[in-house]
Design a protein around this ligand. Structure first.
Ligand code: PEP
Ligand code: MG
Length: 756
């Protein structure tokens, strides 16, 4: 049974559209369970009913026309109870409803299983038989397992399938896709899809500008791949048996004109560019091969994928992607990386979308610091069909609208105008302190990573840098920067901010921050080799970086060094020793430097409980609440599936934040916070009340936070904290904070004025 299950799931995962998915499911289930009927009903939100979408065994005319409400018939009962119903004779059940067009009167036994995705009942799977007999327990268990496994694929096919019928790029289609709000604000613009090199799955469809040229470059790429395969085949000839050598011939034959190549050429002739045509053909063949029963033939799917990648690599090499950017570009990627952000001229980049990742992925954090509306985790967005289409991004709700109508466009244009007006008002606060109405002053610093952040931050009145993510300049290079390179980069931040403090964090790679030239492959990277663990294992990298920081700070006296992902006192002591050594070395080399302030980040639960021990060994503590939240709540900050569970106002997180400030102060250490919670007006008020000495945030939100602080008294903030700490549910806490902010006249994120 497990094999049958695996095969159905595999076939479904490569099916091209919803109709194929559903027909496949009913056919396979009917056959493998040897029943007379298998049908699937799906919820249609437009009339709030469940529609018979596919069936093997019922009258085909009924498909698409039978519609049942959530309380109608046995299907409605399965929906209502959200659990299986297994009956010996359906007609005996009080909820049984006879629908003539289906011809189901011939069938007695009935087993209906709900299809549930993220707690919603998407639909119902039904099997029926003529005999009066209950389906046995193993049959019921089989259908329940299958339904649970298929729910995600059905939801995905449903969401993406709609784009298949969406037609031209100038039509209004008003499609909506859900993602995770990554960076607030609204963007209206046209999509440009960016793909990493040789990644076939994210190659977009594009109109071929010159069909003959596309065909010629495809033929050239084929020629080069054929040559490569022959070379490899020859070089292995000595070591391979003849039947293994024959595989290379199979490989070459796959590229023949009457195989892959011919099909690609005919797709190009139909108008797709070479890369898009290649993707279409390869995907189709991979799908067919992976559905084959014969394991040998199934394996050929891998070969075709490999060939496709090779041809694509040559196509891309011959014509390096020249991305075209409109004046309002929304960059769309499967997985957004910091390097991709740099591809678009900044004056043209208005929005970002990443199919993977979540709100605290580093790409989203960078986007926030740049103030670019961003949606992460838009897992249903059909990447290959989105290029060139007009989009609205709602960075508040996490929604994407494709080719929207005028009403929606106008509603969102109003919001954009409102945002611009608000930004202009906030600009007036630039040179004023973040001071409460009763005179309490809260230092507001910024988090930086890019050079561009410096000017933006100063422009917005930042009083220091609380976190400079040094890995960002490392990520946009092809190899480790030299000591001199690093010193130059760091000096720009130090110089621009002097005499204001600049906190440089030592390299924090691992987790979701990969260096292309230093790959770390791990099953569970967030619990793996990350941050200080990597740099202590590579003293040569650590020492070079610390030396570069010290050199950059020479003559300024505003450098602070901060250590990420610390879990033990031993790590602090070791890092301290390395820093001492770097200071000594440079002094011996004649540099006029002294030891900078050193701090530890509290980002993991182990650090929370040792904060006093750390505080005794360093000058300051800074809370990395982004990681602390993920580790305390056991919620991956990158995973859109659990994005709802990643909540800064969880009582456990708030208790930890309060505890850290209190404990660190017992050792007279300065405590700051540089996680994203400090960038939210509500979060900032709570942290101020907890006694944090410095709040460090993204430059975009700094004026909003300053305005919030200037609108309250310290007493208001203390009262809010006391009320919140007495509560035990994150959603209710969020609601209370919103109400309190509203009553204090602090603006909440804008919402469009029309119902959508
Ligand atoms: C944090 O974890 O809160 C933090 C500031 O570091 P990063 O987001 O870079 O992991
Ligand atoms: Mg962190």
């Amino acid at each position: 049974m497990l094999n049958v299950l695996r095969k159905i799931v595999q076939e479904v995962s490569v099916a091209p559209d919803l109709e194929t998915v559903l027909n496949l499911i009913v056919r396979r289930i009917q056959r493998s369970m040897a029943t007379q009927v298998c049908s699937v009903y799906l919820f249609d939100p437009s009339d709030q009913r469940y529609v018979l979408m596919a069936s093997e065994g019922l009258n085909k005319e009924a498909v698409g026309s039978v519609r049942l409400s959530a309380s109608e018939g046995l299907v409605g009962t399965v929906v209502e109870r959200a659990e299986p119903i297994n009956l010996e004779n359906a007609a005996d059940h009080p909820a049984f409803k006879y629908v003539e067009s289906t011809g189901e009167e011939r069938f007695s036994s009935f087993l209906g299983v709900p299809i549930i995705h993220h707690r919603d009942v998407l639909g119902v799977l039904v099997v029926q038989q003529k005999d009066i007999r209950r389906f046995d327990e193993s049959e019921e268990a089989f259908l329940v397992t299958l339904s649970a496994q298929l729910a995600g694929a059905i939801a995905h096919a449903e969401a993406t399938g709609s784009l298949g019928v969406m037609g031209g790029k100038d039509e209004v289609v008003d499609l909506r896709f859900e993602g995770v709000a990554g960076s607030s604000g609204v963007a209206i613009g046209s999509a440009t899809v960016i793909a990493p090199p040789a990644d076939l799955s994210s190659v977009p469809d594009k109109q071929a500008k010159d069909v003959d040229r596309e065909i010629a470059s495809f033929q050239e790429a084929l020629k080069l791949v054929r040559r490569d395969i022959k070379v490899v085949g020859r070089s292995l000839a000595q070591r391979l048996r003849s039947e293994e050598q024959a595989l290379f011939d199979v490989y070459l034959r796959m590229l023949d004109d009457n195989a892959l190549a011919g099909e690609v050429v005919s797709r190009i002739e139909q108008g797709n560019w070479a890369q898009g045509a290649l993707r279409e053909v390869v995907t189709e063949h991979v799908r067919q091969f992976s559905m084959m029963d014969d394991p040998y033939l199934r394996e050929r799917a891998t070969d075709i994928k490999d060939l496709g990648r090779r041809v694509l690599a040559y196509l891309q090499e011959a014509a390096p992607a020249v991305l075209e950017f409109t004046d309002e570009t929304i960059l769309v990627a499967d997985e957004l990386t910091p390097a991709m952000l740099g591809e678009v001229p900044s004056e043209k980049l208005v929005g970002l979308v990443s199919v993977n990742g979540s709100s605290n992925s580093h790409a989203a954090i960078l986007a926030r610091s740049m103030g670019i509306p961003t949606i992460m985790g838009a897992v249903d967005l059909p990447l290959t069909r989105i290029d060139g289409r007009e989009l609205i991004l709602d960075g508040y709700s996490g929604r994407i609208y494709v080719q929207p109508g005028d009403d929606l466009l106008n509603a969102y244009r109003d919001i954009v105008r409102g945002e611009q007006e608000q930004a202009a008002e906030l600009e007036a606060l630039k040179d004023l302190p973040a001071e409460t109405t009763d005179g309490y002053v809260m230092p507001l610093w910024v988090n930086t990573g890019l050079i561009a952040d410096v000017a933006r931050s100063l422009d917005r009145g930042a009083e220091g840098i609380g976190l400079y993510r040094t890995e960002v300049p490392f990520m946009i290079r092809d190899f480790f920067p030299s000591e001199q390179d690093q010193a130059q980069t760091y000096r720009k931040q130090i110089e621009a901010f002097a005499p204001r403090p600049v906190t440089m964090r030592t390299l924090d790679i691992g987790g979701d921050k990969a260096l292309p030239y230093f790959p770390i492959e791990e099953e569970n990277p967030f619990l793996g080799w990350r941050g200080i663990r990597v740099t202590l294992d590579h003293p040569e990298i650590f020492l070079v970086q610390v030396r570069a920081m010290l050199k950059a700070g020479e003559g300024y006296d505003n450098l602070r060094i901060m250590l990420p992902m610390v879990t033990s006192v031993r790590e602090v002591e070791e890092a301290n020793r390395q820093i001492d050594r770097a200071v000594r070395e440079l002094q011996e080399e004649g540099h006029a430097i002294k030891r900078p302030l050193v701090g530890v980040m509290v980002e993991v639960p182990a650090a929370v409980y040792q904060v006093r021990r750390f505080a005794r060994r360093v000058d300051f503590i800074s809370v990395g609440s982004n990681d602390l939240t993920q580790y305390l709540l056991a919620v991956d900050r990158n995973n859109p599936r659990v994005a709802d569970l990643y909540v800064s106002y969880h009582p456990a997180v708030l208790k930890a934040l309060e505890y850290i400030a209190r404990e660190a102060h017992k050792e007279n250490a300065t405590v700051s916070i540089c996680g994203e919670v400090a960038s939210e007006p509500g979060g900032a008020l709570l942290l101020m009340a907890m006694g944090y000495d410095v709040l460090s945030m993204n430059a975009t939100n700094l004026p909003k936070v300053k305005s919030a602080i200037r609108s309250v008294s310290r007493k208001d903030a203390d009262k809010l904290l006391a009320d919140v700490m007495a509560m035990d549910d994150a959603d209710r806490i969020q609601k209370l904070i919103n109400e309190r902010l509203e009553s204090l006249g602090i603006a909440l994120p804008a919402k469009p004025v029309i119902a959508i």
